[in-house]
Design a protein around this ligand. Structure first.
Ligand SMILES: Cc1cc2nc3c(=O)[nH]c(=O)nc-3n(C[C@H](O)[C@H](O)[C@H](O)COP(=O)(O)OP(=O)(O)OC[C@H]3O[C@@H](n4cnc5c(N)ncnc54)[C@H](O)[C@@H]3O)c2cc1C
Length: 466
């Protein structure tokens, strides 16, 4: 049980400022900070509380929009929420927490400045919210670390868009059939949300783009989805998952169930069913694992590396530490079978953040804590422009209605009115004009042109150092 921590000034003791440290500026970090900012308005103004948010990026990424950003339907800037703008009552620190000594209530922090000085910083805190989310779950597959592309960040989504268009440019400019085939073969590994939506959106975009190429037609491209289990999109249920397989196959996408990627050495994807595909594109979306920073703490983890939590979202067995989202193993109190945990998705992350924020305030005011209880209501997924699949509150939708529901749902969910208006404006304009099909991959190497002009060897490193 946590004890009340707000102390008013007394004649003998000055008032104490409670520092709440939030590690991570994603779904949980942002929504918890927003909640605390609202509920602790008076304390923040009076200096009795301080909220510090540490995040490697100065923005929160609305991940469900990444597939549409990759397809060019939403600009990169509108997929993210600037933390400093929305968290004006908090201190935002751009950096990474590298270790936590909760017994001493201290976090070790690395920033760009500490990187230059070669030193790290220590931040003391009173209450800790640990929400670093998850990272791609990779396997020791030969060649994967060298050639695989992830799909969890904005950089990866935009990089993949540029890469796909670049492959079409390569195919269009060669007569070598081997180079052409490898450029036009796209392998996606993992049939969850991220893989299916990314593949659906990018295939749709590339199919559209072929109209601008004199020598590339949709039939020249091979799009392959590799999934180890016997189904895809478990989030929308078995029936809608089967529909998605049929729909993708109808679009000539090669969906291979009960199949694994075994190697991608030398840019050849070798599958467990014996198929071999020379390819320059292997997108790895085969699940997530908790962020590795959790292992650098003295907090309890479960067998899968998630933080052991109580249904009240405090870290099990310790005081003044809280967690939620992908990094936290939160008991699902609505599940019929005991021992189940809430799934790592945005639906839980957002709702948990609200309860978490409230519970911190309650604990500081010595009030009873609330239990987190939310029954998963199903999901919506986009499979490209005007194509989708949904299973929400028991209702199953396919095609255009599901796609429309996907858009309206996410428009209602993306944080801030400002972002909603910008995304809606972009969708409206996209309905009036043709799609923008251009690769801006050279943006990743801004110094290359100048280095060439200055007589040096152009480097592919964004900072210019080779
Ligand atoms: C492509 C894609 C599509 C998705 N679509 C859906 C969907 O349609 N519906 C749905 O419910 N879910 C969806 N999800 C899942 C959903 O986005 C996640 O479950 C959700 O983001 C989890 O929230 P979180 O706060 O735990 O983690 P995140 O939102 O990932 O936030 C973690 C934050 O912590 C930061 N961080 C990491 N390490 C440190 C450190 N050491 N110090 C400080 N900060 C750190 C990260 O940079 C990040 O900002 C999708 C995910 C992806 C990748």
């Amino acid at each position: 049980m946590v004890t009340a921590a707000f102390h008013r000034a007394t004649p003998t003791e000055p008032a104490k400022c409670v520092r709440i440290l939030i590690v991570g500026g994603g779904y949980v970090g942002l929504y918890t900070a927003l909640r605390l900012q609202r509920k602790l308005k008076a304390e923040l103004a009076g200096g009795a509380a301080e909220i510090v948010v540490v995040s490697p990026d100065p923005y929160m990424t609305y991940q469900p929009f990444l597939p549409e950003a990759a397809a060019g339907a939403i600009s990169p800037r509108h997929v993210v929420v600037p933390l400093r703008r929305v968290l004006d009552g908090c201190r935002v620190v751009v950096g990474e927490v590298t270790a936590i000594d909760h017994a001493k209530r201290t976090a070790t922090l690395g920033t760009l400045a500490t990187e230059e000085s070669g030193r790290t910083e220590q931040i003391p805190y009173d209450e800790l919210v640990l929400a670093p989310g998850s990272v791609s779950r990779t396997l020791p597959i030969p060649g994967l670390a060298d050639h695989g592309i992830g799909f969890k960040t904005l950089e990866e989504a935009i990089g993949l868009r540029n890469h796909v268009i670049e492959q079409m440019d390569i195919a269009s400019s060669t007569r070598d059939p081997a180079i052409r085939d490898a450029a036009l073969t796209f392998v996606f590994v993992g049939g969850g949300f991220a893989g299916v939506e990314a593949l659906g959106e990018l295939e749709d975009m590339a199919r559209y783009a072929t109209r601008y190429y004199h020598n590339v037609v949709p039939e020249d491209m091979k799009w392959i989805l590799v999934e180890a289990s016997d189904r895809i999109l478990p989030e929308v249920g078995a029936e809608m998952g089967r529909y998605t397989v049929t729909e993708l196959r109808r679009r000539n996408i090669d969906v291979r169930l009960e199949t694994r990627l075994e190697s991608c050495v030398d840019r050849v994807a070798v599958l467990s069913d014996g198929a071999r595909f020379p390819t320059r594109t292997v997108v790895w979306t085969a699940g997530v694992k908790p962020h590795p920073v959790l292992a650098a703490t003295d907090l309890p983890l479960n067998g899968r590396g998630r933080l052991k939590c109580t249904p009240e979202l405090s870290v099990d067995g310790v005081t003044h530490a809280w967690a939620a989202g992908d990094a936290a193993a939160v008991p699902d109190v609505t599940a019929e079978e005991p021992g189940k945990e809430t799934a790592p998705n945005a639906q839980h992350a957002v709702r948990q953040a609200r309860v978490l924020g409230d519970n911190i305030v309650r604990s500081l005011r010595d009030q009873p804590l609330e239990t987190y209880a939310h029954k998963y209501v199903g999901s919506v997924a986009s499979l490209g422009l005007h194509k989708g699949v949904a299973h929400v509150y028991g209702r199953k939708l396919k095609g255009y209605p599901a796609w429309f529901m996907h858009r309206t749902y996410h428009l209602s969910r993306v944080p801030t009115f400002n972002r909603k208006a910008r995304v809606l404006a972009e969708w409206t304009l996209a309905g009036l004009f043709k799609r923008e099909i251009v690769s801006l991959g050279s943006l990743e190497h801004p110094r290359a042109e100048f280095e060439l002009a200055a007589g040096g060897k152009p480097s592919r490193d964004p900072k210019g150092s080779s």
